[in-house]
Design a protein around this ligand. Structure first.
Ligand SMILES: [Zn+2]
Length: 110
């Protein structure tokens, strides 16, 4: 099952494609175990279908090479992935370990 994060247009108003992520009580980006779980919790919190339709459910696309947390597609065009635990966006080469000659890669530290 793929973990998901939820984002929506800032203040529910689509402007310049700006998106905000759903946060947990501690202020970290909330990571759900599945899309179904995310939708259920949003409904339980009072979200209606109309609101859910404007939300974006991003599925995890791997594990962060740096910290092992779920990796998600970046919303920033020039980046491929983002890790909420590292709070960073990554180029494809940084997470897939394929030196592209343009961006530096980092090695795994234990
Ligand atoms: Zn990470």
């Amino acid at each position: 099952m793929k973990q998901v994060v939820v984002c929506r247009p800032v203040n529910n108003i689509p402007i310049n494609g700006a998106m905000e992520y759903l946060l947990d009580a501690e202020g970290s980006v909330r990571i759900f175990d599945s899309r179904e779980q995310a939708e259920k919790e949003l409904r339980d919190a009072g979200c209606v279908d109309e609101e859910l339709r404007h939300m974006l459910f991003l599925e995890s696309c791997g594990a962060c090479l740096r910290c092992g947390s779920p990796l998600f597609k970046s919303l920033i065009p020039q980046y491929k992935y983002q890790c909420f635990t590292c709070d960073e966006d990554f180029y494809r080469c940084e997470q897939e370990g394929e030196p592209c000659g343009t961006h530096t890669t980092f090695s795994l530290c234990s």
